[in-house]
Design a protein around this ligand. Structure first.
Ligand SMILES: O=P(O)(O)OC[C@H]1O[C@H](O[C@H]2O[C@H](CO)[C@@H](O)[C@H](O)[C@H]2O)[C@H](O)[C@@H](O)[C@@H]1O
Length: 281
């Protein structure tokens, strides 16, 4: 059982098993890019590895387990790319939620759509001459990508263009991620608030579930910070610095953790015995 857990989690296996035993259920939440799926040069080239999809589907089908995918991507893009029914999706850093067959959008974010579109158009023409830079308009947020910009001058041009574009706006703020700057409505809502909402929405009032969150980027820190002490925050990769308590190397190790959870981990939930699947007295 232990050799099927990434090295970095293996040393904490005892804690992991005990947390699963001590809880009524598991709310398993995952960031998408860089966590479930490997980073690619262009967002449209990213695919969820089939074995990861299978493991998520198996987890979804388990009693007392809810699965969520939480991402900076737009909701429709995220749902298409993950392609699993019956789980919760949080797109645009949680500003768009899809759960119980219903889409919910943060009301302030909805009002920002026009401004996001006009800023995206402005930045697109501003950056037309910067090789490799491009804008991804995601409806209620936009990403300005510079992963393919090869020189420091070009990267600085991207940063200045974004700064200039939002200078006059009170309603839009800029955050950063992996080789990307993001324009977001200036509301106190982020991945952390979204996972708290998911917990309140999915976990029965009289039960305590273990929240698990797996993420790789700066915006995932909001989620790690929201987890209670008893939660499991798992950081993928070493950069940027993190408040998460646990660490795995890359999306392939996330896949291994998922497979372990499906095969063994959920068998411990609520004090069940692994061999019999029944609760210990
Ligand atoms: O919250 P996430 O699921 O991690 O989404 C964050 C951003 O992911 C995408 O950009 C990142 O991944 C791209 C594909 O691997 C990569 O080319 C880019 O450099 C990364 O920043 C997505 O395109 C963004 O819209 C998301 O906000």
């Amino acid at each position: 059982m232990t050799d099927q857990v990434p090295e970095s989690l293996r040393t904490n296996l005892y804690v992991l098993v005990n947390r699963l035993r001590d809880t009524d259920g598991l709310l398993a939440m995952f960031d998408f890019d860089g966590s479930l799926a490997p980073i690619e040069n262009r967002p449209e080239d990213v695919e969820l590895p089939p074995a990861t999809r299978t493991a998520l589907e198996e987890l979804r089908g388990t009693e007392d387990v809810e699965v969520g995918v939480v991402s900076g991507r737009g909701l429709n893009d995220l749902r298409e790319r993950v392609g699993i029914d019956g789980i919760t999706y949080a797109g645009n850093h949680g500003l768009e939620l899809y759960t119980d067959d219903e889409r919910k959008v943060h009301p302030v974010a909805k009002d920002s759509e026009d401004e996001i579109t006009s800023l995206s158009d402005e930045l697109e023409s501003e950056l037309a001459d910067v090789d490799g830079a491009f804008v991804e308009n995601k409806g209620v947020t936009a990403s300005v990508h510079y992963r393919l910009v090869e020189d420091a001058e070009g990267i600085s041009a991207v940063q200045k263009a974004v700064e200039n574009a939002v200078r006059e706006s009170d309603d839009i703020r800029v955050t950063s991620g992996k080789q990307v700057l993001e324009l977001r409505p200036d509301v106190e809502w982020h991945k952390g608030r979204a996972i708290r909402w998911l917990y309140d929405h999915h976990v029965p009032n009289d039960e305590t579930w273990l929240p698990l969150y797996v993420g790789d980027d700066r915006t995932d820190e909001d989620a790690f910070e929201t987890l209670p002490k008893s939660g499991l925050g798992v950081k993928v990769g070493r950069q940027p610095p993190t408040v998460a308590g646990y660490h795995v190397t890359n999306p392939s190790s996330v896949q291994t953790v998922l497979a372990w959870l499906v095969e063994y981990g959920v068998g411990f939930l609520g004090g069940k015995s692994l061999s019999t699947g029944t609760r210990n007295p």
